[in-house]
Design a protein around this ligand. Structure first.
Ligand code: FAD
Length: 469
């Protein structure tokens, strides 16, 4: 059986592509590696997408104009972004939501404690899982064929053109194909290869948790790389945050976040501080702590707070280690008590407390302390005390396929006429490094929708059109 468009992947980008291709009149088959109950990839863990808007719009407050969105992207990526594709993403984010609503996605105002995003990010009612479920429902109603437990092992390509995909021994042909199978963050062997061994002889990535799906193994990314497809991005670049060290290996999602770093101090396994906990607002610094913890011995850190921090951050799912005194806390966390106490005493003595205000970059700072804490520095001295062990949590990797505004996969600079890409598999074109909340879904929605139209048009152009089942 041959269809017009084969979509590989089952998350946001794949679903956007499948829906658009079907709406354009193509017959569509979607192959999702996961079983039905785990469908949706990392998209199922999301909560919002970043949207440009020039005036207040239903759940979005004020305005978030194109130029501001662009400057935000430019800043977080340090210029490692393709301006044309970034602006395409930004503009698409301003008009995609009516289409999303038509497919059953609803929005709600931002929740309290959500990194102050009410102006820039539209939240999905019921989260990413509800979005994914709505898209699957709509796709089924429109006649998109969906297969679960269908991991594509390899593609058959001739001169940069898609011929067929293999699920085990089964050969599946289609006129065109959209790749939307995510990054390679779930592939521990590849992470090991990318991160290598450090000077302490450790393999840091062995201690990383994967915040999302276990199914993004990067199998097709690797095959395409080996087949000479044009690539973009660095395999060690990934969105990585510091999460609760008790998080599961996969699919811990957002509830493993530990949001109190800026309210106290963070020490490593040796009981020493290693970075300015008050450098910037938590949303802006959120994604650097995964990497910072990854550089520490054992890839572990401990966020330490006192009673003054209670109620000022979103409480983690599991309670922290609690103690009435600091030495007792150190002992319970398995840290060397004298070193820990020296660190805390030095920090407490260096605090110059002005007017504490967690909503601005306040004037509470340390003096003559290395590393400094430049804002929100207050002594950690009022029991009970709490400690949370942290480890790096990988959200997604940035290595991807180079593309352009048509979403075509390219080989030696030449665009394939029937192989397209969307979502994490190409997000590196827009996001070479860094991150700004909600842009992953903006990229996947923009390019998924384009890939759907392009793949349908290419299929229709190529001759006989196969009616949907
Ligand atoms: C905990 C968490 C929270 C996040 N929160 C947000 C947020 O609020 N806003 C935001 O914008 N971004 C967020 N992100 C990032 C966001 O999830 C991604 O940017 C986005 O989901 C990528 O969509 P995608 O369709 O490319 O990939 P995915 O949603 O990961 O989908 C990839 C799909 O491909 C399938 N697949 C993989 N390999 C194969 C194969 N060989 N054959 C067939 N199928 C295959 C997988 O099973 C999966 O269904 C978050 C990520 C995580 C982990």
């Amino acid at each position: 059986m041959t269809v017009d468009v084969l979509v590989i992947g089952g998350g946001n980008a794949a679903l956007c592509a499948a829906l658009m291709a079907r709406e354009a009149g193509a017959s569509v088959l979607l192959l999702e590696a996961a079983p039905r109950e785990w469908r949706g990839g990392n998209s199922g863990h999301t909560r919002n997408l970043r949207c440009m808007h020039d005036a207040p719009q239903d759940v979005l407050t004020d305005a978030y104009p194109e130029e501001e969105f662009w400057q935000d992207l430019l800043k977080v990526t340090g210029g490692q972004t393709d301006e044309a594709l970034a602006r395409l993403t930004i503009r698409a984010s301003s008009h995609c939501r009516d289409w999303m609503r038509r497919h059953g996605v609803h929005f709600q105002p931002s929740l309290s404690g959500t990194l102050h995003l009410s102006r820039t990010n539209a939240f999905f009612m019921g989260g990413g899982k509800a979005l994914v479920n709505a898209y699957y429902r709509s796709a089924e109603q429109l006649g998109v064929q969906i297969r679960y437990n269908a991991p594509v092992d390899r593609l058959e390509l001739t001169d940069g053109q898609f011929v067929a995909a293999y699920v085990g021994d089964e050969r599946i042909t289609a006129k065109t194909c959209v790749l939307a199978a995510g990054g390679f963050e779930s592939n521990r062997e590849w992470l090991r290869e990318a991160w290598g061994q450090n000077a302490r002889g450790e393999w840091p990535s062995d201690n990383f948790a994967i915040r999302g799906t276990r199914f993004n193994q990067g199998v097709l990314l690797k095959q395409l790389m080996e087949s000479g497809a044009d690539m973009i991005g660095d395999p060690t670049q990934a969105h990585m945050v510091a999460i609760d060290a008790r998080a599961p290996l996969y699919d811990g999602g957002i509830c493993t976040r530990i949001d109190c770093v800026s309210l106290g101090v963070v020490v490593n396994r040796e009981g020493r501080r290693f970075y300015d906990e008050g450098e910037d607002f938590w949303p802006k610094r959120y994604a650097i702590w995964g990497r910072l913890v990854a550089q520490q011995p054992g890839q572990v850190g401990y966020s330490i707070i006192d009673a003054k921090a209670a109620g000022r951050f979103m409480p983690p799912v599991f309670p922290g280690t609690r103690a009435d005194t600091l030495p007792e806390l150190a002992q319970k966390l398995g840290l060397d008590v004298p070193t820990f106490m020296q660190t805390l005493n030095d920090y407490n003595a260096a605090c110059r407390v002005g007017t504490f205000d967690h909503t601005v970059l306040d004037d509470c700072h340390t003096e003559q302390l290395l590393p400094a804490k430049t804002h929100w520095a207050r002594p950690v001295d009022k029991g009970p005390f709490y400690g949370y062990a942290l480890k790096p949590g990988v959200t997604f990797t940035y290595l991807g396929l180079k593309t352009d505004e048509t979403t075509a996969v390219r080989f030696g600079g030449v665009a394939s006429s029937n192989l397209f890409v969307a979502g994490e598999m190409m997000a590196g074109n827009v996001l070479g490094k860094g991150y700004t909340a909600g842009v992953g879904m903006s990229i996947g929605t923009a390019f998924g929708r384009i890939a759907g139209v392009q793949s349908a048009q290419a299929a229709m152009k190529s001759g006989v059109h196969h009616a949907a089942a």
